[in-house]
Design a protein around this ligand. Sequence first.
Ligand SMILES: *[C@@H]1O[C@H](CO)[C@@H](O)[C@H](O)[C@H]1NC(C)=O
Ligand SMILES: *[C@@H]1O[C@H](CO)[C@@H](O)[C@H](O)[C@H]1NC(C)=O
Ligand SMILES: *[C@@H]1O[C@H](CO)[C@@H](O)[C@H](O)[C@H]1NC(C)=O
Length: 738
Amino acid sequence: MRNSVQKTRLLCSVFSLILCTHVSFFFKFAISGDTITPTQFISDGQTLISSNNNFELGFFSANNSQNRYLGIWYKKISTGTVVWVANRDHPITNKNGTLKISEGNLVLSNQTQSISWVSNSSNSVQTNQNLIAQLLDSGNFVLKFSNNDDPNEYLWQSFDFPTDTLLPGMKLGWNLKTGLNRVLCSWKSFDDPSQGDFKYGIDNQGYPQLVMWNRNQYHYRSGSWNGLRFTGTPQLNENPVFEYTFVYKPNEAYYYTTWARNNSVVTELVVNNTGTGTVRRLTWNDKNKDWVTYTSLPLDICDTFNLCGAHGSCNMDNSPVCQCLEGFVPKVAVNWNSMDWSNGCERRSRLGCGEGEGFKRYAGVKLPDTRESWVSLTMGSRECEELCLKNCSCSAYASANVVDGTGCLLWFGNLLDVRKLMDKGQDLLWFEKQETFDTHSHWRAGVFDVIALGTSLVHLQDEKAEEKRLQHRNLVKLLGCCIEREERMLVYEYMPNKSLDFFIFDESRSPQLDWQKRKQIIDGIARGILYLHQDSRLRIVHRDLKASNILLDNELNPKISDFGLARSFGGDEIEANTSTIVGTYGYMSPEYTMDGLFSIKSDVFSFGVLVLEIVTGRKNRGFYYQNRLLNLLGHVWRLWNEGNPLELVDASIGNSCNVSELLRCMHVGLLCVQQSAEDRPSMSFVVLMLGSETMNLPPPRHPGYFLELENSNQTDSSSSNQEYQTATDMTMTVSESR
Ligand SMILES: *[C@@H]1O[C@H](CO)[C@@H](O)[C@H](O)[C@H]1NC(C)=O
Ligand SMILES: *[C@@H]1O[C@H](CO)[C@@H](O)[C@H](O)[C@H]1NC(C)=O
Ligand SMILES: *[C@@H]1O[C@H](CO)[C@@H](O)[C@H](O)[C@H]1NC(C)=O
């Protein structure tokens, strides 16, 4: 029970009855029934009762307070439930209040005749002649001419000045002609009916919507009208409690509840001081007369205004509940992943005006906040789409009427407070750049290990967002990722020169890379890997270093790409084990291929293979030389030990070669591909060795994969004849059940 009214019944003793009559006689006549005339008044203790016995008007105190208020409450509920208060902000502190008709107004004053409340009637009637004030069966208290029952001609009615309760027949919203705005406002507390923090009414900015404010901020949005209901309250659609509608005319916008479906049922909507609107009912013949709540507003956590931030969408069936709308990614990934969604989402790729290639349809939603919207109730959907396409600031559109699909709602700016509503929701459409798949230039694709993508990519994004540190100049800039069903894509900055394999394994292009350039590329790759292994917050093992993953910018500077398989390590973790071997044959270290062990030393192995490929212009895989079953590593190792290492050097390097530098690179390459992971140098040592002209290097030991595996052709048949291909067919995923 929200509050109980300590009503002082008119139980005058014989003595006081005489006194009452006496007092009345000297001033005005006391009343009974539902009406007062200009010659009557209501004093504290007297009440008006509506003719159907449902409502009562008089003075009351709220719970533990002594203050007196003029109000209306349910007559038949013994504890009383106040539905309207006249002087909520100006209590009378004694029991000497009186209500009377004076100079065309209802006036509430105390003993000293100071005015506590006045009705401010709309008509400038200066006379009391023929006026009456009546408490109607609906609970509406009206001031009118005694011979005129037309509601449009009431001089004043309490229904135009609601307190915290919406009764059937009341309107909520605006009359722009008169400037009247009817808003529910919560009580301050249990004891105090003065205006509290929460208001519920119609906001007229953009297409009108039904909103609950906490002070001046949105707290909850029932949303815009869609022809059947407010977009955010599907639970009120055809409710058993009352019928309602929304009137939207040039001069008016209001929500209107018609009389209850069942006249013997009391229904109301109350906003309380914790910001909850309760739609409830009570039947007269209920024994206990307990209110039964039909629904609460807001209903659940997804009803919290803008919980998921701009371009986010809330779904109670998801965990966590917030997701970005399609085509959008979290603006601050670290916050988003720790369930602080306030920053919302932003477009994955910036969209220039006119660049949108189509609309995404998001079905079954509560339409976004309409404060920045535009509406036409007559326009068709085709016209609506065109209008949105034409206007560069249009971010989305929807039909305004779900009944016949007509009307056009356009949004400008951010899409706020969207939630999934399943079958009771509406369709929202917004611009989206279609994923164009150009394998030769802007886009690169890969088949990624789902686990790796799930963990590593999030970390990489975290790192990028939190510390802006995964932005080394030898790492390609990751713009975003796209996961759609089986398709997984990473989107990088545009690299006009494609990748390293495109040059070094191609006879016509390899002369473009002279020795100086190749040395720069080797140094750049080494620095990029060193960064991943050491300098970024998390140790990152790339796991798929290979020539086609080294992209080249317009100055042929190397940039490591494709973190699809990357795994991050904790600070002191140095090795991990996996049952799913992912990577590319020819570049994978023996311990990884055989035992699933990977560490920063497996990346060092791949780097060594890369160095030897850059120097020789040959692929490690599919390399056959003088009919021997030796791979490239085996050959370099053999020639190195025979004292003829220069025999395999790429002919197109020609005279540009600085022989001692080249031999040092081969030496470092051989140290990196040693069979045993412990023997391989760390990347910091590699960078040191590459940069020094005088340092003595240890002799290399036996490399991994001295012999080509016999069955290798079965697992990778494409490597010998490819020129440039997308990464899709080059990364192998070998699952082993262990
Ligand atoms: C109205 O409500 C009362 C009380 O719940 C019920 O007995 C009666 O059958 C209802 N009448 C209609 C027409 O639904
Ligand atoms: C407000 O209404 C809600 C829903 O009926 C209820 O759970 C909550 O206790 C109410 N708060 C107060 C202070 O009455
Ligand atoms: C786009 O729509 C907004 C809002 O209606 C309007 O102010 C603006 O002029 C329109 N721009 C164009 C280019 O039509």
